[in-house]
Structures are given as C-alpha cells and as structure tokens.
Design a protein around this ligand. Structure first.
Ligand code: UD1
Length: 338
C-alpha cells in the first residue's frame, strides 16, 4: 500500500515507519518537526516538513496515497491551561484539515492514533452497585492522601478492572478531549464518505527513542531521564496507580495490523500489553534496570491524572490477530540496550 504517515518523525512514528517499510509498504512521512520535540531532527528519506494544519501541504502529500496513518499530535498531559488552544488547534483542527483533504482525494482508509485517556478513569466495580463511574477527583481527597476514588453511590472502596472499548468515554484533560474529538471526526468522515477508520487507543507507551527531559513526556520517559541524571524517580500519589505499559514495537505492530486488515466503518481498539502494573512497580523496575537510586514516593499529585486505567486488548487480538511481544521486564531490557 502507499501510505501517508503523519508524525512519522516522532517517538512512536519512527517505529511505525520502520514496521510499515518492513511490511513492504511505500511510505511518505509528513511531520512538522516541532522544535519543542525535535532538538535533533531524524533523517528520513523524502520527509515532508509541514504542519498538519497546512491544507495545501497536506493535500500535496496525499497524492497517490491509499491509506493514511495519523500520528501527528501535540501529546502529553499539558503543563497548564496556557496549552489549551495549542492542543485543540494541533490535534482537533489538524485532524479536521487532514480528513477534509482525504475526502477530496477520495482516500478510503484512515488509521488514527487515539489514547486510553479518552476513557478518563478506568473500569471500577462496587460490591453493592456493580460497575460504576467515579466522578472527578476532589482536591480535598488528594490533599489528604486519599487517592482511590470511592463508589459514587455509597462511597465504598472500589475494585479496579480492565476497561473494554464499550465503556463510556469521559476525557479528563485537554489532551484527552482533543484525542476523543479526533475519533469523533474520523467516525463522521467515515459515515459521510463511505471510508473506513480505525482508532487505536494506545496505553502507556515506552521504549527506545522515548523523548528525554520534557514535561510533556509519559512517566516512563520522565523516570528514565531522572535516572540518567543520577536522581531517584519521583513517584506521585502513593505509587499504587495502575497502568498498562506497552513497548513501542508492539504499538507499531498494532498499527501495521490495522493497516493490513479489512476495517469496518469505524472501530476503536485498546492497545495494551494486558499486564497490570503500578507506577511504583515501573519506578522500581527502572531503578533496578539502570542500577540507580530507589524511587521516592512523594504523595504529590496532578489534578489531570486519573487513578487507574488498564485495558483489555481482547478485541484487537481477536479481530486483527495482534499480540504483544514484550512484557515490562523484557521491554525495559530492550530499552537499556538502545
Ligand atoms: C500517558 C500519556 C498520554 C498518553 C497515554 C497513553 C503523558 C503526559 N501522558 O498518560 O499522553 O496518551 O499515556 O499512551 O504523556 N507520574 C509520576 N511521576 C512523574 C510523572 C508522572 O509518578 O514524574 C505518575 C502520574 O501521576 C500518573 C502516572 O505516573 O499517575 C502516569 O502518568 P503519565 O504517563 O504522565 O500519564 P498517563 O495518564 O498515564
């Protein structure tokens, strides 16, 4: 296939690029090389350096293409509200500009990098009330070290579980809102054009090439940067937050599977390793791997963070015949080798 890969110079994008080339596709990469992300831009054959909101450049880049993989985005949780318009512009407007151009070029297939952040809090069950959706986290709870959300009906402790794609979405920060908006735009495009869109809801991605020394990075990259400076990883809350860490090569495999399979009009897939780990576990494993100082549990918190979010990736395994190659230990060993 002839594929336009947006964001192909980024951390995930470079791995996806390699995987798609290995699968025999012809790839054209479009990337803005944002200076806040790319201190030293990678060299990529035929790279088109352009912003995803540049309708002319995007339209030119789409000539002869039959599939688009859209990874270009402003990522991360955001430092403060000053970032709000940049997220919306880059992610929501950028996706809209791209989809509009797809319509004009009559391109039918669209693979979109979404995120587990579209769910907000993960799956929780109460002994009395079954599956419940905890409300927004309260500052007073966080201040007093109460991190686990209670049952919204009876305030009893909840059991966290694996979320499936049928769970309602509930984005809790600007980035999350724009990622969900991108899914809605893709579904709208598919309905109106007869095209097919696949949204891949990535869980916590780590691996070789992770960004360094930026507050916009995910937690694994932040801890790695601390350890490389000889500092202990600083774990927020009590370290019991549950996540699913997935190696970037397995993410690239999921994108390749989405490109290769017969898609429906619109389907969303969780992309996680299937193994639940805590942030405390991650910090401990990374400290051990880097032979660095033990993690510090700080009790600090960020209001935009959810407590637990872990995935069932059964739909992806069944529909697209995908399975991850790495668990956290082998994945961190791989990170260390590179
Ligand atoms: C992360 C990404 C998000 C991405 C998603 C799925 C960021 C900021 N978040 O979401 O963009 O879509 O994975 O791939 O890139 N923590 C610490 N110490 C730190 C930093 C964070 O303990 O120095 C804790 C946080 O409080 C949180 C957990 O680590 O509980 C995960 O944080 P993070 O990786 O930033 O965000 P996610 O919500 O998991």
């Amino acid at each position: 296939m002839k594929i336009l890969l947006t964001g192909g110079a980024g951390f995930i994008g470079q791995h996806v690029h390699r995987q798609l080339l290995a699968d025999g596709h012809e790839i054209r990469v479009l990337d803005s090389l944002r200076p806040d992300v790319h201190q030293t831009p990678p060299s990529i054959d035929g790279l088109i350096v352009a912003d995803i909101r540049d309708a002319t450049a995007v339209s030119d880049a789409l000539r002869g293409v039959d599939t688009v993989v859209h990874l270009a985005a402003k990522v991360g949780l955001g430092v403060d509200l000053d970032d709000m318009d940049d997220y919306v512009s880059t992610n929501s407007l950028g996706t809209a500009v791209l989809l509009r151009a797809l319509g004009r070029h009559q391109i039918q297939r669209f693979v979109y990098a979404s995120s587990m952040v579209v769910y907000g809090e993960g799956h929780y069950e109460c002994d009395r009330h079954g599956v419940v959706a905890p409300g927004p986290r309260r500052v007073s709870d966080l201040e007093s070290g109460v991190f686990d959300p209670p049952c919204p009906i009876c305030a009893a402790p909840l059991r966290p579980g694996l979320i499936t794609e049928s769970a309602p979405t509930d984005p809790r920060n600007t980035y999350a809102a724009t990622k969900l908006n991108g899914e809605h735009l893709a579904a709208t495009w598919a309905r109106e054009t007869g095209g097919q869109a696949t949204a891949l809801r990535f869980h916590n991605v780590y691996g070789p090439g992770m960004p360094r020394n930026t507050p916009y990075a995910g937690v694994a990259a932040i801890f790695r940067s601390m350890l490389e400076r000889g500092e202990a990883p600083r774990v927020f809350e009590d370290g019991g937050q549950r996540r699913d860490f997935i190696h970037v090569a397995d993410i690239a495999g999921a994108v390749a599977a989405a490109v290769a399979n017969n898609p429906t009009q619109f389907t969303a897939y969780n992309v996680g390793s299937g193994t639940v780990r805590t942030i405390g576990d991650l910090a401990t494993e990374l400290s051990r791997a880097y032979d660095g100082p033990a993690p510090i549990i700080t009790g600090a918190y960020r209001l935009g963070d959810v407590r637990h979010i872990t995935a069932s990736s059964a739909r992806l395994r069944e529909d697209l015949h995908w399975k991850p190659d790495y668990d956290l230990r082998s994945g961190l060993a791989d990170l260390l080798r590179h």
